[in-house]
Ligand binder design. Structure first.
Ligand code: SF4
Ligand code: SF4
Length: 233
């Protein structure tokens, strides 16, 4: 079993630290393996596996043995839900992530409202992406129901915050599908999550249920577009 690096948990109420941690995580984006829930540790693990010799900032990462993932659930975001992108997405991207993007995309982002945050690792500019109606992300294609950044360049084009944030409803383990049935916050702040193995049908029913926010949004969006094109004739 090899070594993995797990991003330390965000600090409650310490935005500067959390942005610093995200910036360091973004540097290792191409080695991002996924987010897992460990029932043993009762915590979510954002896992990176950089090639040996890569510099890893141990202020924000902790080293673990890969064996910790043996009984862990992998968090999934099934295609077709889109809830996180369409309504109050809160999406943002950090300045160091722009380097990876094509220049026309980076230029579009640089026109977005932004904020400079003083972090323990220096100043970091954070660009808001949630500026479309009802907090929709500027990169969400409402009609197709997809992230245009991902469509353009795969996961490495997506903001690190989008790669790390999950609703935790959907999970897989050993090729089986699971849905969360409940959770309990323990006295030490850790969270015990419960998952139930489900069939493909049960999984798809849940995806459709979660997709209702996007589908309602898309209906209104399409009717507004049609009304706009009628008035411009
Ligand atoms: S609510 Fe869950 S499944 Fe839906 S888009 Fe967000 S993370 Fe993905
Ligand atoms: S960047 Fe992509 S994944 Fe992130 S909120 Fe926007 S559309 Fe969704």
């Amino acid at each position: 079993m090899g070594k993995i690096y797990v991003l330390k948990e965000p600090r409650r109420g310490d935005r500067a630290w959390n942005i610093y941690a995200l910036r360091e995580a973004a540097r290792l984006k191409k080695w991002f393996q996924g987010v897992y829930y460990s029932p043993r540790l009762k915590r979510l693990l954002a896992v990176f596996k950089p090639t040996p010799g890569t510099h890893v900032n141990l202020e924000v990462f902790e080293e673990m043995n890969e064996g910790v993932l043996k009984d862990a659930f992998r968090m999934e975001c099934p295609r077709g839900c889109n809830k996180c992108c369409v309504f109050r997405s809160g999406a943002f991207i950090l300045e160091n992530e722009l380097r990876e993007l094509p220049s026309n995309v980076a230029e579009k982002i640089m026109k977005q409202p932004s904020e400079l945050i003083r972090t323990p690792g220096g100043w970091v500019r954070v660009y808001r992406l949630d500026t479309e109606p009802m907090g929709r992300c500027i990169f969400f294609d409402v009609e197709k129901g997809e992230c245009t950044l991902e469509a353009l360049g795969g996961k490495r084009f997506k903001p690190i915050v989008c790669l790390l944030t999950y609703c935790t409803v959907f999970a897989t383990r050993n090729g089986e599908k699971y849905l969360k049935t409940g959770f309990r916050v323990l006295s030490d702040g850790r969270v015990e999550m419960h998952y139930k193995r489900v069939s493909d049908d049960e999984w798809n029913i849940m995806v459709r249920r979660m997709a209702s926010t996007w589908l309602r949004y898309r209906k209104v969006y399409k009717s507004l577009k049609e009304a706009e094109s009628r008035t411009s004739l």
